[in-house]
Design a protein around this ligand. Structure first.
Ligand SMILES: Nc1ncnc2c1ncn2[C@@H]1O[C@H](COP(=O)(O)OP(=O)(O)OP(=O)(O)O)[C@@H](O)[C@H]1O
Length: 120
């Protein structure tokens, strides 16, 4: 079982859950995004948004938090392979942060499209 296909998949899932817990426990940006996610979910229940709106909302939350997690991993790799200042490392980190920025902008647009009709 330990080295079977299923055993490896289950172990991989365990490592992934450990990684998600580490992000939530130690990354301030992920913690902020998690709190914002809870708040928009409360807003979703309050305004009784539709099933489709919930799908887009969860998609936006997943997109931003996944991008942030990958950005954290890129930053950690960059600092590990090259702890000193280097323009290339700066460029790599900026690009990774840019991916989070794009996801966040799209999430804000989705939030406006969902909640504007309920607020106007
Ligand atoms: N080793 C480096 N060499 C060159 N520029 C760097 C280096 N480290 C950071 N920078 C620059 O500083 C910016 C911020 O990097 P940093 O690693 O501090 O990320 P951060 O966004 O502050 O994330 P966190 O708060 O999670 O540490 C980078 O986007 C990059 O422009």
């Amino acid at each position: 079982m330990k080295n079977s296909f299923l055993g490896k998949r289950i172990r991989g899932g365990g490592y992934a859950m450990k990684g998600a817990w580490l992000l939530l426990r130690h990354e301030p940006s992920i913690q902020v995004q998690f709190v914002i996610s809870i708040l928009v979910c409360i807003a979703g229940f309050y305004f009784d948004i539709s099933r489709t709106e919930w799908i887009f909302q969860f998609f936006a939350i997943g997109m931003v938090m996944s991008a942030e997690g990958l950005n954290t991993a890129v930053e950690a790799i960059a600092d590990f392979v090259h702890p000193d200042f280097h323009t290339k490392i700066g460029h790599i980190k900026d690009v990774a942060a840019g991916a989070v920025f794009i996801a966040a902008i799209i999430a804000v647009i989705i939030a406006v499209l969902i909640y504007y009709p309920y607020l106007s």
